[in-house]
Design a protein around this ligand. Structure first.
Ligand code: ADP
Ligand code: MG
Length: 301
């Protein structure tokens, strides 16, 4: 097969591993920088050009679209979809997952457990917003944050009010969330492919820190997850419409609670923690599913 990897940087660990895994299984891998693609949108023969060449003959695309280029990256991926190329994750599911509010709304509609969460832009009654989500301690998050930046723990009502007012002053959209203390600064990353959790790791925050992000000094280790956690992670990926997803959950007294669902989960931490060939499993998923799609397509012609 000819597999395109939509990635801005071919030296990134995940991109390198996916290319290696493609080649190890006898496929051709082409790394495509979405920002440098230009497209012809027409009803007869939509096309995509990259480095002066027409991008044709692809059997599948693995989108690894950075959060900073979601809009254009998803447009390029959509163009491949218009050309009937199989994508590991569909553009619509990726753009959905990049909006934290929309993601939580979708998850709640499907009855997936999550911390009690409030959203606000310019609340006219901050104490009532705080009361609505159960009072301090609270976690306050900037909607646009990643890698733990813009996630603050406010231990008291006064601290929560000041932080919310400060973020409001910056005209930022915020999320106000129940603090899951019993998680003990740890979260579980479940790597979902298709309808299975194929690997899981526990990330533990550094001493004195509640954010477990590896970028914030957290450390990763292998973990065994419960059947309920497995079921919740798969349900979350499904609610978002993602076939490959990194589902982050917190262990709470009332069971697993979803924090976020990532549509381009990194491979480095989880491959190191679990010693599994996750890149290879993604290619295997493509082999099974792209072929199925292409067969269906032929029958319809
Ligand atoms: P980001 O998208 O920046 O990674 P997250 O929402 O994942 O932001 O939060 C970063 C980290 O903070 C999480 O991995 C988790 O360890 C901790 N955290 C976030 N929300 C909560 C919460 N409601 N209760 C307890 N810990 C939390
Ligand atoms: Mg996170």
């Amino acid at each position: 097969m000819k597999i395109g990897i939509l990635s801005q940087n071919e030296t990134l660990y995940s991109t390198r591993r996916l290319r290696e895994a493609c080649e190890a299984r006898g496929h051709e891998a082409v790394i495509i920088n979405a920002l440098r693609c230009y497209m012809n949108i027409n009803s007869v023969q939509p096309s995509i050009h990259f480095e002066g060449n027409d991008l044709t003959g692809f059997d599948a695309i693995i989108p690894r679209i950075g959060a900073d280029i979601t809009f254009y990256g998803c447009s390029v991926l959509r163009q491949f979809e218009m050309m009937d190329v199989f994508s590991v994750n569909q553009s619509i599911a990726i753009s959905r997952s990049r909006d934290k509010l929309r993601s939580l709304q979708l998850l709640s509609r499907k009855g997936v457990g999550m911390p009690i969460t409030g959203f606000a832009s310019k609340p006219d009654d901050v104490p009532d917003l705080i009361k609505m989500v159960g009072g301090a301690p609270l976690v306050i998050k900037l909607l646009e944050g990643t890698q733990g930046i813009g996630v603050v723990l406010a231990e008291t009502q006064t601290a929560a009010e000041s932080v919310i007012e400060a973020f409001m002053g910056l005209k930022a959209n915020i999320m106000v969330q129940e603090y899951i203390k019993e998680a003990g600064g740890a979260d579980i990353r479940c790597f979902v492919i298709g309808d299975k959790v194929i690997a899981a790791m526990k990330r533990q925050a550094a001493d004195g820190e509640f954010r477990s992000n590896l970028h914030r000094g957290g450390s990763a280790s292998l973990v065994r997850i419960t059947p309920e956690e497995r079921k919740t992670a798969v349900a979350a990926a499904k609610a978002m419409g993602l076939s490959v997803a990194g589902v982050d959950l917190l262990r709470s007294e009332r069971g697993p609670l979803i924090m976020e669902v990532n549509s381009s989960p990194g491979l480095e931490g989880i491959e190191a923690a679990t010693e599994k060939d996750i890149a290879g499993m993604i290619i295997e998923y493509i082999e099974k599913n792209a072929a199925k799609k292409n067969r269906r397509h032929l029958q319809h012609q």
